[in-house]
Design a protein around this ligand. Structure first.
Ligand SMILES: Cc1ncc(COP(=O)(O)O)c(C=O)c1O
Length: 404
């Protein structure tokens, strides 16, 4: 057989999904990215009605008009962004939107800047364009906001795209207004395109809000604002997202989308429309519950030996600093792994830790190294599951860590 493309061979599988398909009796996953709230009743009703009406064929590439109109209304009301329907492309999840933007913007050899630890798809999507991801490290001490002078120093004549993701996966940190403005000034100064991934925007705590970079002066014409229904509406499997583009660029994105997915699922588009127009009561209840879970996770983790975390600005992820644990208990942990596993140990120390917690505690966590080298030493706990699961899972994690 002839070999597969070098491009695909060079892509590493997603670290987030490492334990996704692991089958172990009584395994508790604290790695999940789907919140456990049922879709709002209006969403389910809209999907059922779509089926009953046989609204099940292809739609226009860019998505049904009422949904695009509702998206425009949402962006105007919540993000101070002004678009017309031609600027909106509905996609199969925000994943397809980000993939389409990278394909439209990047040529082989171009560079795209992102802040590490970064959502695990950004780098590979850039690499699939034969372009180069450039990761600027950020630090927990700075609430994972980048040092803007380091970003400027990394810009070269090949830099074409800048990723912003606020609040971000995996850290849950939001970019401050000051940093968002400074990054926007850089984008303008060096004529960069920007992807603003705002997928978790509705899950912000303590009354905080994110700033959409496209709302800042000079940014509308260079920013692709990406959002979707997976996280804020708990609709991961429905596969609906969207991208709002600078004037005249949607047709280029459609070229990337129409030869792969053709359109987002018709039934899900109707459901997404219902989600956007549903009552704010549902969101309030969801956010109250996620706030409660966030506090619970932080309290529990900070009682465990040598691991530390802070309440995050948004998302349902808590990012945990395990560096002290690895210093204090790393050898004991590796010795346990050598006794209880056959294969070689992972090169990443924090992945050794998540392997250890899986084997000793039967709990799946996500290693920070799945989000690039800057995530080494940290792990991610997802608060997407209900309190019973969290309670049981975190008790097991504590018992596992205390056992060394
Ligand atoms: C930051 C971020 N962007 C995009 C995605 C992709 O989500 P979807 O394609 O379901 O909209 C995810 C999924 O976890 C994410 O965390």
């Amino acid at each position: 057989m002839k070999p597969l493309s070098t491009r695909i061979q060079n892509i590493k599988p997603s670290g987030i999904r490492k334990y996704f398909d692991v089958k172990r009796d009584d395994l508790i996953s604290l790695g999940v990215g789907t919140i456990d709230f049922d879709p709002f009743p209006a969403v389910q009703d809209a999907a059922i009605q779509a089926i009953e009406e046989n609204f099940t064929g292809y739609t226009t590439n860019s998505g049904i008009l009422p949904l695009r109109e509702a998206i425009i209304g949402k962006l105007a009301k919540e993000n101070s962004l002004s678009y017309s329907v031609e600027d909106i492309l509905v996609t199969c999840g925000s994943s397809e939107a980000i993939a389409a933007v990278t394909q439209v913007v990047l040529d082989p050899g171009d560079e795209a800047i992102m802040f590490g630890p970064a959502y695990s798809a950004f780098g590979p999507l850039v690499e699939l364009c034969n372009a180069t991801p450039i990761e600027i490290p950020t630090r927990g001490e700075d609430n994972w906001n980048p040092d803007v002078s380091a970003v400027e120093a990394a810009i070269t004549p090949r830099t074409k795209l800048l990723f912003m993701n606020s609040p971000g996966n995996p850290t849950g940190a939001a970019l401050s207004r000051e940093v968002t403005e400074a990054l926007s000034e850089l984008a303008i100064k060096y004529d960069l395109w920007v992807v603003s991934d705002e997928l978790y925007e509705r899950i912000m705590f303590d009354g905080k809000q994110i700033i959409s970079p496209a709302s800042l002066p000079g940014m509308h014409e260079r920013t692709f604002t990406v959002n979707g229904f997976s996280k804020g509406f708990g609709m991961t499997g429905w596969r609906v997202g969207y991208v709002a583009s600078p004037k005249g660029l949607t047709s280029a994105l459609v070229k990337a989308q129409q030869f792969s997915s053709i359109c987002a699922p018709a039934i899900s588009q109707r459901a997404a429309l219902a989600a956007l127009t549903s009552s704010s009561e549902h969101f309030k209840a969801m956010l109250d519950e996620l706030t409660h879970r966030r506090q619970f996770i932080v309290n529990q983790i900070n009682q465990m030996p040598y691991v530390h975390c802070q309440p995050q600005d948004g998302t349902f992820y808590t990012f945990v600093d395990a560096r002290e644990f690895l210093r204090e208990k790393g050898e004991a942990m590796r010795s346990y792994l050598r006794q209880h596993t056959d294969g070689p140990l992972s090169d990443s120390e924090v992945e050794q830790l998540t392997d250890f917690v899986l084997i000793r505690g039967n709990v799946a966590l996500t290693a920070g190294s799945a989000f690039g080298p800057c995530g080494e030493g940290w792990f991610r706990v997802s608060g997407a599951s209900n309190m019973n699961v969290l309670q049981k899972g975190l008790t097991r994690v504590r018992e596992a860590l205390e056992a060394l």
